[in-house]
Design a binder for this molecule. Structure first.
Ligand code: 2HA
Ligand code: ZN
Length: 271
């Protein structure tokens, strides 16, 4: 007997996360998208993995992900509404044919499909899994302050990272790998997917200038927390950038944090 999928912890956590992101103002209208890697055992409790509803072409190849299952947000759907229409606004898919097609196992009940940013999500999963086999989440959203920062701050990755690190002591501890930055690119394309995935090799945070942010993590909480921390730093930056700066967190102090928390700054980012 299959259990009721609306009680599945992975589904409940996904809905709660989307609601929380909406509440933070990061996902206006249909902004933002999330994909969560699931394993066959956890899905099998709730749905028959040998039966699919339809096959959806992906438009790209990702051979590393063949046979993998994802819970993913739907295109055009509002984070605000997912709690009322989970079966319409979310889907569970299994990648087949070297990632060129996806079997829909559950969801997208209005005939819909996965997020327009599916290429960026899947290509980023493939890259993050090479760096960290326990990575399960790719999360995209439009956090206000980080987005604002891309209009007034250099997009140089080292400069952008160092500014965020200096805005709050936690930042360096939470993302010693820093933040990578892409210039404005056309979203929803394989090209931005390839560019994002390449940036994901060296950092779990990738800024899309004048658009938003990608975060990766072992679970929804971790990816959310990463984005939340970077966004907080950007908020502080915007509060102080126009004022005379009298104090900062020095590189010597960050070296102390490295020792205390057993972390290592991105190579070449500290003096
Ligand atoms: O899903 O955020 O980047 C809407 C978007 C596209
Ligand atoms: Zn977006």
């Amino acid at each position: 007997m299959l259990k009721e999928i609306l009680n599945a912890p992975f589904l409940i956590e996904m809905i709660r996360t989307e609601m929380n992101m909406y509440a933070h103002g990061w996902d206006e209208r249909n902004g933002g998208n999330i994909s969560l890697l699931l394993n066959e055992e956890e899905i099998s409790e709730y749905c028959n993995v040998d039966k699919f509803l339809r096959v959806i072409p992906t438009g790209f190849k990702a051979p590393e992900l063949e046979g993998k299952y994802f819970l993913v947000t739907g295109t055009g759907k509002y984070f605000k509404n997912v709690q009322y229409f989970p079966e319409r606004d979310l889907g569970i898919v299994k990648l087949i044919d070297e990632g060129e097609n996806a079997e829909l196992l559950w969801g997208f009940s209005d005939g819909g499909t996965f997020t327009s940013e599916f290429p960026a999500h899947m290509m980023s999963h493939a890259e993050r899994l090479k760096v960290n086999p326990s990575n399960r989440v790719i999360m995209h959203c439009h956090p206000t302050n980080l987005l604002a920062m891309t209009y007034v701050h250099s997009l140089d990755e080292k400069k952008f990272t160092r500014t965020l690190w200096q805005m709050c002591t936690e930042c360096f501890i939470v993302f010693p790998d820093g933040v990578n930055v892409l210039p404005w690119l056309l979203c929803g394309t394989n090209e931005i997917g390839i560019a994002t995935a390449e940036k994901m090799r060296t950092s779990r945070l990738v800024v899309w200038a004048q658009h938003g942010l990608y975060g990766a993590g072992a679970d929804l909480d971790e990816a959310f927390g990463l984005i939340e921390t970077a966004e907080k730093a950007a908020e502080i930056y915007l509060k102080i950038a126009h004022l005379p700066i009298l104090n900062t967190i020095t590189d010597e102090q960050m070296h102390l944090l490295e020792k205390r928390f057993n972390i290592k700054a991105r190579e070449g980012y500290l003096n």
